[in-house]
Design a binder for this molecule. Structure first.
Ligand SMILES: [Zn+2]
Length: 109
């Protein structure tokens, strides 16, 4: 069994976090700064659109560690949280390559 760092997972994960933060700060800021100028309808649409987008991103991110494809062969991997080689970390095991991909994400992070 080889242990390797997954090349893209953590980057995508961080981008997801930044996107959520940007949506909240940008959208919330827009509502606070321009809220008085927006019609009630527009405010509602903006608020619900924002909450919907944040919710979808959060769900996608919480599922992301369980839907990893092997970066080498593209095979679906098996997610582990307690692999003896990488305790207390999320890892994805590819059976075809016999590789354990370190996702760079600790349990409870
Ligand atoms: Zn593979």
């Amino acid at each position: 069994m080889y242990v390797e760092r997954h090349p893209t997972f953590l980057r995508k994960w961080v981008i997801g976090f930044v996107a959520i933060a940007a949506l909240l700060v940008g959208g919330g800021g827009t509502l606070i700064a321009w809220g008085d100028l927006l019609p009630e309808m527009g405010k509602g649409v903006l608020l619900w659109g924002l909450l919907g987008a944040v919710l979808m991103l959060s769900v996608a991110m919480s599922l992301a560690p369980y839907r990893i494809r092997c970066p080498r062969c593209g095979e679906a991997t098996q997610t582990r949280r307690d692999a003896p080689e990488l305790p207390e970390r999320f890892s994805a095991h590819c059976r075809r390559c016999q590789t354990l991909w370190d996702l760079g994400l600790g349990i409870g992070d």
